[in-house]
Design a protein around this ligand. Structure first.
Ligand code: SF4
Length: 433
């Protein structure tokens, strides 16, 4: 019997490995300067996390909090700049080769504070956002003309807006306050004043969503000709608003996925992963970064950093109290604290290999088996790649394993199959707060 017939296609949202729920207190803590000294820093990703939003959506388990006190936002930006300075010294003479500003909703910041944040990059790292590929996230309520112009003028190349659905009843059912005029106004603003690349995040499997409403959402969103569309299946995850009210996704997710994919392909988009669709013929904003092997420096709580042998971050929480406690700790960290990792996950060769396989296989380009072996020092053939091929979910040609369309559709079931027992156990036993 095939994997397709035996497995729940929505086992878990797979986008990185290992998930932060597998991170634990590091004993002893890791000094960051010696850790980074031996890393290849030639192609670093710089990620900045702003854990603030104007609302807390019912499906969201990202590290963020709604409507914090102004004082906390100001103190957070101060701590972020101190962490950026410490990081710049630690990775010197390297600087990030690209930036992403996410959250949360970075454009929750008032324009003056957003400008202040953008100025940190050239002042601390010596590279302005205009000098490297830079992407930022926004929301309908905060993508105002003033902020959008500021971002475009600063040279941000890609902006991503979470809309989820153009059907107001549907978005309200997932705990998202969103107004029609606000959504359309924001999309008009982003298209006329914003950075050159627009991504729209949409979601399928919402309670009571139907094929007609899902397709109507997609068609409506395409009126703004986004360069990219991310289509996410709904998951109800622990401690989220939807979890509290016992909501569940519609069981039509596989059908909605296929309908959405087919419509996007017919409308001139190409699929690069289960969720990502890119308009044919446009240039990649950043096609140099190899997520399987290049490092990442994260700034702010909620941000992860990746070296070859250690992934680290601040602690992770979803509930309001847990998130607030972690942000309070962060803004009070001393400069010495910012040079030490206390929470993370150590990767041996087997874990590095699993990560490489996951990041490659779930992308349309697939897995280069030999490159994986050479980069990680472990053999990817110990994973059930042959079973994927036998089940018709992958093909194997000239040393490369690539998911078929059926395999891509099952990415969220295939991902967890590739986790180690250690990661599975740690994530299951994580005490979420
Ligand atoms: S989905 Fe986006 S806007 Fe909603 S709470 Fe999460 S980060 Fe904030």
């Amino acid at each position: 019997m095939t994997l397709a017939l035996t497995t729940n296609p929505y086992a878990g949202y797979t986008y990185g490995y290992p998930h932060k729920t597998a991170y634990r207190r590091l004993d002893p803590p890791a000094e960051l300067a010696p850790l980074w000294a031996t890393e290849d820093r030639s192609n670093l990703f710089g990620y900045v996390h702003l854990p603030f939003c104007e609302m807390r959506c019912g499906f969201c388990n990202l590290f963020t909090t709604a409507n914090p006190h102004d004082d906390l936002v100001g103190r957070y930006l101060e701590a972020l700049e101190r962490e950026a300075r410490a990081t710049a010294e630690i990775i010197h003479p390297a600087t990030p080769a690209r930036y992403a500003i996410g959250g949360g909703t970075p454009t929750y910041l008032p324009p003056a504070e957003l400008a202040r944040l953008l100025e940190v990059f050239p002042r601390v790292f010596g590279r302005a956002v205009a000098e490297v590929p830079t992407s930022i996230e926004t929301s309908p309520a905060t993508a105002t003309p003033e902020r959008t112009t500021l971002l475009a003028d600063a040279g941000v190349r890609r902006i991503s807006i979470g809309i989820q659905s153009m059907d107001l009843a549907e978005v309200h059912r997932i705990g998202r306050r969103q107004r029609d005029d606000e959504v359309r106004g924001a999309l008009d603003t982003l298209r006329t004043l914003g950075p050159p690349v627009l991504n729209i995040d949409l979601m399928y499997g919402l309670p009571d969503q139907t094929p007609d409403t899902w397709l109507a959402t997609l068609r409506e969103a395409l009126r703004w000709h986004p360069e990219e569309v991310f289509a996410y299946p709904l998951y109800v995850r622990p401690l989220t608003g939807l979890d509290h009210v016992g909501a569940s996704p519609t069981d039509m997710r596989p059908e909605l996925y296929r309908l959405g994919r087919d419509l996007l392909l017919a409308e001139g988009y190409e699929q690069t992963s289960m969720r990502r669709f890119r308009r044919r013929g446009i240039e990649e904003v950043d096609d140099e970064y190899a997520c399987q092997s290049d490092g990442m420096v994260g700034l702010g709580c909620g941000a992860r950093s990746y070296t070859r042998e250690l992934h680290y971050s601040r602690e992770y929480a979803v509930g309001r109290r847990g998130v607030k406690a972690i942000i309070d700790d962060y803004v009070n960290l001393t400069d010495a604290d910012l040079r030490v990792a206390r929470h993370g996950f150590r990767l041996d060769a087997d874990e590095r290999m699993r990560r490489f396989v996951l990041q490659s296989l779930l992308h349309i380009d697939g897995l280069d088996v030999e490159a994986c072996r050479a980069t990680t020092g472990a053999d990817p053939e110990t994973l059930p790649l042959d079973r994927l091929v036998a089940d018709g979910l992958a093909t194997r040609t000239a040393g490369r394993v690539q998911l078929t369309p059926d395999g891509l559709a099952l990415s969220d079931a295939i991902g967890p199959m590739l986790y180690s027992a250690r990661v599975t156990d740690l994530s299951r036993d994580h005490d979420l707060r």
